[in-house]
Design a protein around this ligand. Structure first.
Ligand SMILES: [Zn+2]
Length: 161
């Protein structure tokens, strides 16, 4: 017995879709492109074999995974989804460096601030210029004397700042 509507796989392969068709739950007839991509990259026989080897509860995820891999491979025939992975890893790396740099900056400026506070406490109160109270903290105004400023320019991808 066959369904009233065949799944995308059986329709594409021009065969009847059995009631227990293993592909039907993952390749519905309303998304023929999904099966077309996966079939082009893996082949219908391999897709069936992979799904058969898996317990039922893992099959949907496997089908999604094959679909993602196939779509990526069609879009980028050389690297496929590895291209996306390495792009994301690169982003993680850049963000990790940025975080390290920001933490180093934070440590540097809080040490500097502490030094300034200690120096002010040592001076007699009357000797202090009122300007010192009005000045914004120096870390508001990054300049080239800032030891981290050039690093930051160098580290971040172009157009980031
Ligand atoms: Zn089918």
């Amino acid at each position: 017995m066959s369904h009233s509507t065949r799944c995308a796989a059986c329709k594409s392969l021009r065969r009847r879709c059995p009631k227990d068709c293993i592909l039907a739950p993952y390749f519905p007839s309303n998304d023929p492109q999904r099966f077309a991509s996966v079939h082009k990259i893996f082949g219908a026989g391999n897709i069936t074999k992979i799904l058969q080897q898996l317990p039922v509860h893992q099959r949907a995820e496997a089908a999604d995974c094959m679909s993602f891999e196939a779509t990526s491979r069609i879009q980028d025939p050389v690297y496929g989804c590895v291209g996306i992975l390495s792009q994301l890893q690169q982003q993680i790396l850049i963000t990790q460096r940025e975080l390290e740099m920001t933490q180093a900056q934070l440590a540097f400026y809080s040490a500097k601030q502490q030094q300034q506070e200690e120096a002010q406490q040592e001076k007699p109160l009357m000797a202090q210029s009122p300007v010192q109270y009005c000045d914004g903290p120096s870390w508001f105004y990054p300049n080239q004397q800032d030891p981290f400023y050039l690093d930051q320019q160098h580290l971040l991808p172009p157009g980031f700042l």
